[in-house]
Ligand binder design. Structure first.
Ligand code: SF4
Length: 173
């Protein structure tokens, strides 16, 4: 089975290891895991302004920048990012650890969302951000989270205990 995941990855299931190695070689996919632990695991991004009638900001560049973001150390737990090119939030930004959604005045950043068994809507960190400000603030937020949260604590549980005001103080807002 081949699946294109919501994080724009190709997922091959059921291939013999030798066939998988051949396929990876043919597609020029490097050996090893795609991410180290000091990066986010998953960036889901909608087509944005370039491809969608409703989009008000481009999404590709910021998605690439966040996917390549090098943090100060390993994250305590899995971090998923959802980037939506307008307020319709097709990438479920409020329900992701890091959510970005485009509004007329810039990016709105939320943190601590989760869509799993204990769903949680993320807290609003800031809005009106340009691309560079949004990337900087995501980096600060994740670096603060990785230095403060206990190992294996997802951002949703961390924010329930810690609270948005403490987070904002910690990242200088
Ligand atoms: S979030 Fe907005 S821009 Fe992105 S796919 Fe949905 S409607 Fe289009």
């Amino acid at each position: 089975m081949t699946k294109v995941t919501s994080a724009q990855r190709l997922y091959f299931q059921g291939l013999d290891p030798e066939k998988l190695a051949e396929l990876k070689h043919e597609l020029n996919i490097p050996e090893g895991l795609p991410h180290t632990r000091n990066r986010v695991q998953y960036v889901q991004v909608c087509p944005g302004k370039n491809w969608c009638t409703y989009g008000i900001r481009n999404t590709e560049q910021i998605a690439e920048a966040l996917g390549n973001l090098e943090l100060d150390g390993p994250l305590p737990s899995k971090v998923k990012v959802g980037i939506s090119g307008c307020r319709m939030c097709c990438c479920e930004s409020w329900m992701r650890d890091v959510g970005l959604a485009a509004e007329k005045n810039g990016w709105r950043l939320s943190f601590g969302g989760n869509a799993a068994g204990r769903p949680r809507i993320g807290d609003l960190v800031a809005d009106g951000l340009n691309d560079g400000e949004a990337i900087d603030l995501v980096k600060k937020t994740l670096n603060f989270y990785l230095k403060t949260a206990k190992y294996k604590t997802r951002s949703a549980r961390f924010m329930e205990r810690f609270g948005i005001e403490e987070l904002k103080k910690g990242i200088g807002l």
